[in-house]
Design a protein around this ligand. Structure first.
Ligand code: NDP
Length: 296
């Protein structure tokens, strides 16, 4: 069997196109431009790349974009003061604080200082609680993107066995909540899971969010299962030349693609969907703030 490749890059382009349409309508019909403020503390190279790319795409869909770059040693009080200012700025509909934060800053405190209605990453405890209880919330972008691809591929997910590998607050746990919300039977696996291979072999849907290059081999995959690879790992690629590297996911792509029914590639799978969902969440936040109907 050769798996269908779920093209996250193409799917994300259609999501961004829809977002751009909503933004244009909000401007024309209501004179409102949705706006996203991104806060970056310090100079983590990967975070800088993400923030640049988020800003570029925000502008491309017609929204306002603000980047707030703070020094790595910024005192917590200054960061909290900035968040307070953004919370109270009516032109700002979405606020994203790029993680990870430098060690001296309390990540939970900072995230929970964001107004829940503007928390487009969906990490605020209010949004976590709303998602967990099946209420309207801001849904974390990476799991939302995974769910959209799964729904697009399968239609209904009802009754499917899903295994999420990884239990982080930003990917694994919200992913499991979303799959449960779509009536999957969900198992969350992690570093203490006994016989992970056997657990994964039961799954119709495997979501790998571990951060370990190519950890899931093809012989863990049930024939025909759908594999969503969240991992982004940079590894050495001497075959491309000295000092070169390449990106790989948490699943061994070739061996899994030989068994799976469908699979997301890395790059070009979950990654582009994450940013597209961030833009969609910002439009949703803008509509809610203005009492307007939300895009579907
Ligand atoms: P974390 O490091 O926060 O969590 C990793 C999880 O994997 C933990 O729950 C850990 O278990 C589990 N784990 C680690 N080793 C094993 C193992 N050997 N067997 C089973 N489980 C294991 O990572 P994130 O959730 O933040 O990210 C996961 C991956 O997704 C990373 O590669 C990251 O770069 C990528 N990512 C991609 C995004 C995208 O847009 N595509 C967005 C966000 C993340 P335990 O809890 O027991 O320690």
């Amino acid at each position: 069997m050769t798996a269908t490749v779920i093209d996250g890059k193409a799917f994300a382009a259609t999501v961004r196109e829809k977002v751009a349409g909503h933004v244009a309508r909000l401007k024309e019909e209501h004179g409102i431009t949705p706006g996203l403020a991104v806060v970056l503390v310090g100079e983590d190279p990967a975070s800088q790349v993400y923030v640049r790319s988020k800003g570029k795409m925000t502008v491309e869909v017609g929204m306002n974009s603000w980047e707030h770059k703070l020094d790595a040693d910024t005192p917590e009080a200054d960061l909290l003061a900035l968040i307070d200012r953004l919370n109270n700025d009516p032109a700002v509909h979405g606020i994203l604080v790029q993680l990870p934060l430098p060690k001296h800053l309390d990540e939970d405190l900072v995230i929970n200082a964001i107004a829940p209605a503007k928390d487009v990453d969906g990490f605020h405890i209010s949004n976590v609680g709303l998602l967990g209880t099946g209420q309207k919330s801001m849904v974390p972008c990476t799991p939302l993107g995974c769910l959209m691809m799964l729904r697009d591929h399968h239609g209904s997910l009802s009754g499917m066995d899903a295994v999420v590998i990884g239990r982080s607050n930003i990917v694994g746990k919200p992913m499991a909540q979303l799959l449960l919300g779509d009536s999957c039977t969900v198992t969350i696996a992690h570093s203490r899971t006994k016989d992970l291979a056997e657990v994964v072999r039961r799954a119709d849907i495997v979501v790998a969010a571990v951060g370990r290059p190519e950890m899931v081999p093809g012989d863990w995959i049930k024939p025909g299962a759908t594999v969503i690879d969240v991992g982004i790992n940079r590894i050495d690629a001497p075959e491309k030349g000295e000092g070169k590297s390449r990106l790989v996911g948490d699943v061994a792509y070739d061996s899994c693609a030989a068994v799976a029914g469908a699979i997301t590639p890395v790059p070009g799978g979950v990654g582009p969907m994450t940013i597209a969902c961030l833009l969609a969440n910002t439009v949703t936040a803008c509509c809610r703030a203005n009492g307007l109907p939300e895009p579907e």
